[in-house]
Design a binder for this molecule. Structure first.
Ligand code: ADP
Length: 907
């Protein structure tokens, strides 16, 4: 019997040491219970065995890697999830299922894997979110193309950045990491930058950033404002551009190397408080800035950027200069004042407005008649001194100067405590701060009393002369009121006297009865003794007057008198008699008769007695001429002739002048009379011509119809019609005659005007009452327009005449308007009102605007029938307005209506 089959696998070693495998199937044979032998198959299975081993290893490896993958998968910092996309029939993604998520996924999204794995996205996403993600992930799962995405989880306020990819068609995986911190950091960086930018942009200081080549890469708003350039003009412009036109403090052009950016680039050092001027052609002046600059280095230590900041200090700079200028001005003006006052005896005043302190020099005290003791030390010093009548005017002048309205140069009177009045002229200049506020006022006062008085006297005398001249020339004038001065031509006689003196050495002196020297004013010896001494002392003056009286009183024409006066000098005189009136005398001036000169001793005594300076008195006496009696007789014969000539010439002159003047007046009157007569003639003939023509028409019809009344052929009814026509024409005739009469009276200026005060509103209301019904009958609106502020306006004029003007103008407006509005009203003008009457009627072509104001003028004569009227209304109105002191005018266009305006003055 066969034994059992035994299979086994054995491992053996070859002689070379290598391993081999065999499998054996052996049957052990038994015979009689004993192993009789074996039979079997041995197979070399080394290769198979090796392959098996390989598989086991590979499996181990696979397991190991799976384990590691899971470990990794779960330990990954990035979130991971694996999904399957769900498509609809059309193959469009509709949802997706989450197949697997890692721990990081759970952590990042704050979910439990068990809750989401196996779930459809639609279970926890809103429709909108689902659509959003389907768009991204669907494309990835279908196309196989990876895609990056960003995600914000509002729930946890986290930002994620992820990638979706497609490991297998229809599936997609995502990995994502939490970038919240990064994102927030970026965001805050952007915020910060924005903040800084805003800060820099709005800095009142200018800020400019240059790059290493000095080109501008950034400039803030203030910078472009200060530099006067736009952002575009600035960006890229380099600091080496010479067109910058920068200035140094001394106003010279700044070299390019000294530009702030270039200095920083050159030195690599910060620049501090560097002052520079920027000439601004658009402004026409220099803007001053103070600059600071610093370099910005890159990591290699090279200058990357230069930052320059600058502040506008123009105001400060100008103020500094202003102060310097003002200081200079003060010094200069003080110096000038000193010079001026020294020479002109001027008073100087210096008023500090800030502290209200007043400083006066000594002369000021004299001018105001005050002393240091009563000096108030402020502006009151001046105000108190002003004459009450001039106070306000002077203060106003000062205020006007302080307000910059005009310079301070004025004159006023001051009243001294002792009652003395001086006229002062004041000039002043004001020193102001940069804003124009007055700080100090310095000026001078000058005594102009004498000039003022002389001026007044001159004015007075001019007035007097003028009056006299008028008197003289007026036909009724009486020359007996005239003074010698007004009659004789002193200039001509003066020049004659001078010639005479040159030839004869004898002065001709003409003195009027009041003692006024009219001729002989030239300096000559007699004046010395007479004016400097004898007429300068009351006692010797009395002697002179006595002498004058003796010489001149009652001396008839053609006679001269000689007199030795009590001052011991001779004088001769002959009277000047004009038109029978003794008006003055001709003197030779004082002299001594030859051989009769009194002793010098007498004059020395006189000097002592009257307190004359003896030496100069004796010298004056020595210059008194000495003439022989014969010589004097000849001279006086000449003087008498001269006096007669002066008298008769002057008298003739006056008479001639008067005649001429009368002649002129008569001539003027004649011309006027002639003109009046001519005008009257013209008016009369025009009046008659018009009247006859205008009156004939109605009159003809009156006469015609009146005759018919007597005709038995007509029926009584017809005759009633005739009477109506006659009455109508009679009325027309009356209107025409009235109008013509009115006009004639007006043109002859025969109309009496009775002015009264009345309210304009009342007048217009009366007119409304009168005309509105008439207007309404023609379906015209009638408006009265009174300015709201002038409801109570009154004028002084002739109410009745004014009504007449309105009646004509409103009557015309209604007559010539078929549709629309008639408006009457007024507007204020300088010293009165301007009334207007406005209509929307047929209007008047401009060529008729003047003509229609003439008598009997109508735009279209043929219309007379249509509209009626005689063409006198406007002529009467114009005349009336003019008589009332106003003017009438028209604005009108055919088809558009007319406005008639006329002015009436308040009184
Ligand atoms: P009349 O009696 O003809 O109205 P006026 O002297 O008052 O005489 O006016 C002269 C002419 O001026 C009128 O005939 C008319 O042609 C013109 N006229 C005056 N007022 C008006 C007006 N408001 N609108 C149009 N035309 C006017």
């Amino acid at each position: 019997m066969n034994g059992k089959l035994v299979d086994f696998v054995g491992e053996g070693k070859r002689k070379d040491g290598s391993t081999f495998w065999v499998s054996m199937n052996i049957r052990i044979m038994h015979q009689n219970g004993k192993v009789s032998g074996t039979e079997g198959i041995v197979r070399d299975i080394t290769e198979r065995k090796l392959a098996e081993k390989e598989i086991v290893w590979a499996k181990d490896q696979a397991e190991e890697s799976e384990r590691k993958y899971h470990e990794l998968f779960n330990e990954m910092i990035d979130g991971f999830a694996y999904h399957e996309i769900i498509l609809d029939n059309a193959g469009n993604p509709t949802d997706y299922i989450i197949l697997e998520v890692n721990k990081a996924y759970e952590k990042h999204l704050n979910v439990q894997g068990v809750n989401v794995v196996g779930q459809k996205a639609s279970t926890f996403l809103s429709d909108e979110e689902l659509q959003h993600w389907l768009e991204i992930f669907g494309a990835v799962a279908i196309s196989g193309q990876s895609s990056n995405y960003r995600m914000y989880s509002p729930k946890d306020q986290k930002y994620f950045e992820g990638k979706a990819y497609c490991p297998e068609k229809g599936k997609f995986a995502i990995t994502f990491s939490d970038v919240t911190e990064k994102e927030l950091a970026e965001k805050s960086l952007i915020e910060k930058e924005k903040e800084y930018r805003t800060l820099v942009e709005n800095l009142s200081a200018g800020l400019v950033v240059h790059d290493a080549s000095s080109a501008i890469t950034f400039a803030n708003i203030a910078a472009s404002q200060i530099l006067g350039l736009t952002d575009d003009q600035l960006t890229g412009r380099s600091a080496i551009d010479p067109t910058w036109n920068f200035r140094k403090e001394d106003l010279s052009i700044m070299p390019v190397a000294d530009y702030p950016a270039n200095i920083v680039l050159d030195t690599g050092e910060p620049l501090k408080d560097y002052i520079l001027g920027i000439y601004r052609p658009d402004l026409g002046y220099i803007v001053w800035v103070i600059c600071n600059g610093y370099p910005v280095f890159d990591s290699s230590g090279k200058i990357n950027n230069v930052v320059i900041t600058f502040v506008d200090i123009t105001r400060r700079k100008n103020a500094e200069q202003e102060v310097i200028r003002a200081k200079g001005m003060i010094e200069e003006s003080e110096y000038r004042l000193k010079l001026a006052t020294a020479s002109g005896k001027l008073g100087i005043w210096d008023w500090n407005l800030v502290e209200n302190t007043m400083i006066w020099d000594e002369r000021m005290f004299e001018l105001y008649g005050t002393t240091h003791d009563t000096f108030p030390n402020n502006i009151d010093a001046w105000i108190n001194g002003l004459h009450p009548d001039d106070k306000q005017m002077a203060i106003d002048a000062c205020n006007a100067a302080l307000n910059g309205e005009k310079d301070f140069n004025t004159s006023f009177r001051v009243l001294h405590p002792d009652g003395k009045i001086l006229h002062l002229k004041a000039d002043g200049s004001i020193i102001r701060d940069i804003d124009g506020k007055p700080l100090r006022m310095i000026g001078i006062n000058k005594d102009i009393t004498e000039t003022k008085q002389a001026e007044e006297a001159l004015l007075e005398s001019e007035k007097r002369i003028q009056k006299k001249l008028n008197n003289l020339l007026s036909p009724e004038s009486d020359i007996s009121e005239l003074a010698l001065e007004d009659i004789i031509d002193t200039d001509v006689i003066q020049s004659l006297a001078e010639d005479f003196f040159r030839i004869t050495n004898i002065p001709i002196v003409i003195i009027d009865l009041e003692g006024k020297v009219l001729v002989g004013k030239s300096d000559s010896f007699w004046k010395d003794i007479c004016l400097k001494f004898h007429r300068a002392h009351p006692e010797t003056l009395a002697n002179c007057i006595e002498c004058d009286t003796v010489l001149t009183k009652g001396t008839p024409k053609g006679i001269f008198k000689s007199y030795l006066c009590k001052n011991n000098l001779w004088d001769n005189a002959t009277p000047i008699i004009i038109g029978g009136r003794h008006l003055g005398n001709l003197f030779t001036g004082q002299f001594f008769y030859e051989g009769e000169k009194p002793d010098d001793e007498i004059f020395r005594e006189q000097a002592v007695r009257y307190g004359f300076d003896e030496k100069s008195y004796m010298e004056a006496v020595g210059r008194v001429p000495i003439y022989s009696r014969e010589f004097i007789n000849n001279v006086m014969a000449f003087f008498i002739k001269l006096s007669n000539m002066i008298s008769s010439l002057s008298h003739t002159n006056i008479v001639l002048a008067k005649v001429l003047e009368q002649h002129k007046q008569t001539e003027k009157e004649l011309i006027k009379a002639k003109e009046r007569a001519e005008e009257g003639d013209r008016l009369k003939s025009a009046f008659l011509a018009n009247m006859s023509h205008e009156i004939r028409t109605p009159l003809n019809s009156i006469i015609g119809f009146s005759e018919l009344l007597n005709d038995p052929d007509y029926e009584p009814e017809q005759k009633t019609e005739f009477t109506k026509t006659i009455a109508q024409n009679g009325t027309n005739l009356l209107v025409i005659i009235n109008d013509i009469m009115d006009l004639s009276m007006l043109e002859a200026r025969q109309v009496k005007i009775r002015k009264e005060q009345f309210a304009v509103k009342g007048l217009l209301s009366d007119l409304e009452n009168e005309f509105s019904t008439k207007a309404h009958k023609k379906e015209l609106k009638f408006i009265v327009n009174i300015p709201a502020t002038l409801e109570n306006k009154t004028i002084e004029s002739d109410y009745y005449r004014l009504r007449q003007v309105f009646n004509n103008l409103i009557g015309n407006s209604i007559k010539f308007t078929n549709k629309g509005v008639i408006e009457i009203g007024f507007l204020p003008i300088d010293k009165g009102v301007e009334f207007y009457i406005k209509d929307t009627g047929i209007g008047i072509a401009s060529e008729f605007h003047e003509e229609i104001f003439e008598r009997f003028r109508q735009v279209d004569e043929t219309r007379t029938r249509k509209y009626g009227g005689n063409g006198l209304g406007l002529s009467i109105s114009k005349n009336l307005v003019e008589v009332l002191g106003g003017k009438i005018r028209i604005e009108s266009e055919p088809g558009k209506g007319s406005i008639f305006y006329f002015t009436i003055s308040d009184n």
